[in-house]
Write a protein that binds this ligand. Sequence first.
Ligand code: CA
Length: 450
Amino acid sequence: MQATMTVNETHNPALRSWVSAANIAGCDFPIQNLPFAVFRRQGSHEAFRGGVAIGDQILDLAAAAQTGVFTGDAGTAVQAGVQAGVQAGAQDKLNALMALGPQVWHALRLALSRALREGATEQAALQTCLVPQAQAEYDVPARIGDYTDFYTSVYHATNIGKQFRPDNPLLPNYKWVPIGYHGRASSIGVSGQAFHRPVGQTMAPGASEPSFGPCKRMDIELELGIFIGGGNALGDPLHMTEAEDHVFGICLLNDWSARDIQGWEYQPLGPFLSKNFATTISPWVVTLEALAPYRVPFMRPAEDPQPMAYLDSDANRQQGAFDIQLEVGIHTPKMREASQTAATVCRTSYRHAYWTVAQMVTHHTVNGCNLQAGDLLGSGTLSGPTLDQAGALIELTQGGKNPLQFANGEQRVYLEDGDAVVLRGWCEKPGATRIGFGECVGTVLPAKAR
Ligand code: CA
């Protein structure tokens, strides 16, 4: 059994932190979570560096390194987190920490957990290393060399397939192959990202030739992002039993999608300009070890093909999936003016995915393809079995036929200029401490004048 699957002393629900906000019920960042981000003080010219969320604070890894509190593997890991901005240039981010592997990540998590507990002798030294989250700004947590987006919800694949190909919704390879495509890393931004509505070619229904202009069907995709830790050498595939040792952690991901551009361009080679103008991720990366209490069995309906041997393992069957609760909110300009909160349009769980993290990593490398530290895998839109669990507007509105009605009287089919989309994720169950992913927010700006 891999270390990342084992519940240990760091998950104990009885643990409390000397950072009092971490002990408030419902907090995203209790001491049982300890996710990583890259941050600096808002409006400062400080270097970005690694930090760990605890309550409403960030433990600054650069400051913590100076205290000498962390030694051995944990000290090595803290030094790697410092390199986020100070030593190797702001481009290097958490890649060095991600590359260290699960034993070192575990050593750091254990040391952080012990040093942040109530009564820890390290409190005096580390108290000076805290930065309030309210005063922080974030950067994309890693230098993402390559970004691959998968398609792991069979419900999403079927719902979308019905709209693009009514006669042939689910293609025959779906239940055998974890489908994916190579995405664009350069336009991935951290929560708070705002982007101009894309412009491009579209083919209106019944038209004889395409038209050109701003996207009219601006959509979202509720996904999770999987950050690769240590990579694999070119030509050396990863096997199911080792795949998760190469995964650093998971963040929230919104794969913004221009459906009208997509519909015209996607055959024969898949999404291109309909997807690569922006992708927004949460600043916080929750480690697989933090998620250990929330693992659930990976299950396939008996009538479906079972995974081929290279995509199968005992551990995957027993606890390859994660029960991560997910929610999408739309915050319109009118709601913001009226100080109203976002309207929730979807609730679902990652447990419904048809392929697991381990299967994505294994399949990605089966041909010898090399993953590298900081690479990002998108899960694909995580629609659940029912329509209110759909993670994209094209599904929620059934291709625009049923607009979403909001409590303030507004309605939406697709996103309008000024709309912000808020993704949230968290895990909770009896006997374990609730942990959260924070939020992932992005805003659609008007198309740029040409
Ligand atoms: Ca996607």
